[in-house]
Design a protein around this ligand. Sequence first.
Ligand code: 5RP
Length: 239
Amino acid sequence: MKRTGGTDAAKRAAGETAAELVDDGTVVGLGTGSTAAFAIRAIGRRVDAGLDVRGVATSFAARELARECGIPLVELPDVTGVEPGDCGVGAGIDLAIDGADQVADGDLIKGGGAAHAREKLVDDAADRFVVVVDRSKVTETLDDPVPVEVLPDARGSVADRVADLGGEATLRTADRKDGPVVTDNGNLVVDCAFGRIDDPDALATRLSVLPGVVEHGLFVGIADEVYVGDDGGDVDVRW
Ligand code: 5RP
């Protein structure tokens, strides 16, 4: 569920400050959303000025923006040592910069842009994952609905199982056209309201094992730091 309270000034401060963390010769995970977009544009300006970097996009939208900004892109298998017919080992992403919809105690709810499956893959693979948010995203306890990407045929059964867990699932629909939101992976998103989430780790585990769940938007213990921007352009680094 998108929170719209944050200002562009605060998002810019967080995104552009995090973009300064990118070192020459490294691979950077490029997040999705309006705050991560400030980071992508700032990295693009640094590439124009001579920075040697390769980006791994977390979504179609992030890929398009990175291309527009002139950031050379590679695919995740290219940096994880995957050979054809082989799994490969290890992760080759030095730093990932990504937004979040809600942050409490370093844990996140993501997926407002329906990109959380690939975001989790890239953010978790990074040696350092820096979250960029404005202050409106920071709270004591997570309580926003949790986006859950599901196989299209599983939306009903997942909604039933979410009800068994004490939640209420709503199929996400697009703002300006009929029909559901379809993810980059061809799946659907159900937003699952549980109220206050006192134990994000336990809920994450319960959601992960539901048949038909591709990925949920609880990011527990994945973030290394959270850059919180404010309207005056200051950035507070937390967790
Ligand atoms: C997309 C995400 C985004 O990072 C999240 O929605 C934050 O976006 P914004 O910076 O525009 O508020 O998780 O799936």
